[in-house]
Design a protein around this ligand. Structure first.
Ligand code: SF4
Length: 443
């Protein structure tokens, strides 16, 4: 193999205005791991990230003329992943698909222009493919053979095997951000999640096995990153109290001064006030909490293993200690008008400064998908972005549901505007387009 060029691709999130470009732009950490591994193995890897790239994918492909392309993405990016794969295949490249969507919905990529699908976090299988060796033993590999596909078994991947990522791509794009934290570097300390919330596909990743890195190694990596904002992208970082205490100890010992973003559960936060005070002290700035609902009925139905009392206590503690709580809610497809208003009231009553709303979306790989199959109103994977209604609501038309949703979102935007947060956002534009949608899609 003379051509050692490999193009690693993270497609744009969407080609409409409905994305968070310029508000949340995520560092493509998974590609940076692969980039590092390929570089170490003597390849010439390139990253093209549609969120921040200046040139279109087609130009990059024509310029580099790679031997192979590896394309990752989420459900909402499936169309782009396929489009890019087709273009690369037309140029004679080996085509590989990976990433979160492919892990669970791999059969959607069984196409004539796709050669390999990776269903595991084990990035080292990419080397086997490039060197055409030991394919039968590659963890979670699907490979095309004639018109059929051969599927290897998947096993949990030991996260400790990941290389320390080379951040060349990150430093070249200061646009990566989380809200006002810009630039903002991603750090991963674990794969999967120990909980089993019904609507969530994260707990199915890595064969459902939660694995963690040594916290000493994590702190060492954070110290080495030339960026003062760190987004710990684990599905749930606030899980093991002892591990967190060691993290705090090490950060203090090493005199690291940064701001952190992480995910945490309300039930954990509600039981660990002192720990949250300490996390605030070392720089925790945003904690993203899946509050999910403003009533216990939905929390129970989602198998959240938490309750409204924990939600209230978690927000109160975060407000008291001075960490920004980003409360994430789901507007369910069984909502009546009153349920939308309950969320808005709950946010006001609990003085929750930051709130995010997702429309309930049955993940394609979940058993919920089968439950909702007969109610689907779209099959377009780009609508699996939590901003679209993908299945018929139980108690109202899609139009009416959108009306309630848009009213709720406009209320939260106005509240954020009044509080003077997110001053980098063009509020007039966002609220204007929401009101326009209100008339276009609902109301
Ligand atoms: S705690 Fe969060 S990441 Fe874990 S299963 Fe529940 S929603 Fe998913």
């Amino acid at each position: 193999m003379e051509n050692k060029k490999i193009l690693l691709v993270h497609p744009e999130i969407s080609r409409t205005k409905y994305n968070f470009a310029g508000i949340i732009d995520n560092e493509p950490l998974e590609l940076e791991y692969i980039w590092t591994m390929l570089k170490d193995a003597g390849y010439e890897p390139f990253i093209w990230d549609g969120q921040v790239a200046d040139e279109p994918f087609a130009d990059k492909l024509a310029e580099i003329k790679p031997y192979a392309v590896y394309i990752c993405g989420r459900t909402r990016q499936e169309n782009f992943m396929k489009e890019y794969c087709k273009a690369a295949k037309a140029m004679g490249c080996v085509t590989m698909i990976g990433g979160l969507h492919a892990h669970t919905s791999y059969k959607r990529f069984y196409e004539s222009y796709v050669d390999f699908v990776f269903r595991s976090f084990d990035i080292f299988g990419i080397l086997n493919v490039l060197e055409e060796r030991g394919l039968a033993s590659v963890n979670g590999l699907s490979r095309r053979q004639g018109s059929g596909w051969i599927e290897n078994d998947s096993e949990p991947f030991d996260i400790k095997r990941l290389p320390r990522p080379d951040r060349t791509n990150f430093y070249a794009h200061p646009r990566y951000r989380y809200l006002e934290l810009q630039p903002c570097a991603h750090v991963r300390t674990a794969y999967c999640c120990p909980y089993r919330c019904k609507f969530c596909c994260r707990n199915k990743m890595n064969c459902g096995t939660y694995v963690t890195r040594d916290i000493e190694d994590v702190v060492d990596e954070i110290a080495s990153i030339d960026c003062e904002n760190i987004y710990i992208v684990d599905d749930d970082f606030l899980f093991n109290e002892k591990r967190l205490q060691r993290f705090i100890e090490l950060v203090r010992e090493r005199g690291i001064h940064k701001r952190y973003v992480c995910y945490g559960r309300a039930d954990f936060i509600s039981k660990h006030r002192e720990l949250m005070e300490e996390l605030k002290d070392i720089g925790f700035y945003y904690v993203l909490v899946g509050l999910e609902a403003a009533d216990d009925k939905h929390l129970y139905r989602y198998n959240k293993k938490s309750d409204l009392h924990a939600n209230s206590a978690a927000v109160e503690i975060l407000n008291d200690v001075g960490i920004n709580a980003m409360g994430m809610f789901i507007v369910d497809l069984d909502f009546k008008g009153e349920d939308f208003r309950d969320i808005s009231r709950w946010v006001r009553r609990h003085k929750l400064k930051h709130a995010a709303i997702s429309i309930f979306t049955p993940e394609m790989s979940s058993e919920l998908f089968e439950e909702y199959r007969s109610r689907l109103v779209t099959r377009d994977p780009s609508h699996w972005d939590y901003l679209h209604v993908v299945a018929k609501p139980a108690h109202m038309s899609v139009r009416r549901y959108y009306m309630h949703y848009h009213i709720l979102v406009v209320k939260l935007f106005l509240r954020a505007w009044r509080q003077g947060i997110y001053d980098f956002i063009d509020y007039k534009y966002f609220i204007g387009s929401m009101v326009k949608n209100l008339f276009k899609f609902g109301g």
